[in-house]
Design a protein. Sequence first.
Length: 169
Amino acid sequence: MTSITRPVVSLFLLAVAAMALTVACNKDDAGPEVGPHEHVEPSPVGTTQTVLEKTFNLKKTATFPFEIPAHAVRPHLHGIIESFVRGAVGTPDDVANIDFMIQNQEQQDEALANHPSQALFSVEGTHNQAVNFDLPASLDQPVKYYLVFQSSDESKASKVVRASFRVDF
């Protein structure tokens, strides 16, 4: 090699090395692929979520969905249900009785299909009820639940329900 070729080759190799280093530094470091079971999201621990704060008329059934976020280890549902018949002075309290259930998605689907269904939690024939219930952990996916209110009897009287529910994580 001639004395001029050596510096040219050295300069060329130096330029190739610099380009390779630039490409390597600019490449996004995506890291290894992460499966959905390994995905980490902020934990809801230490927070409270209002699920239902409402007064409503109930003739037959009223359903209110709510969702527990992913990674909720110990969600605790608590609330109060009160029901009464508007303008019913001097009537027995049981006229205002309702049934209450907490259902998961599968149980709700069964109920909507008019199949016999179960509930995670239920109270029959109440007009004043405190509810305290630990829901299952949600793991890596959000989980949907339903608060279901039903008239306890076949009377035509419309009932007024006041419901206040929260979930602590």
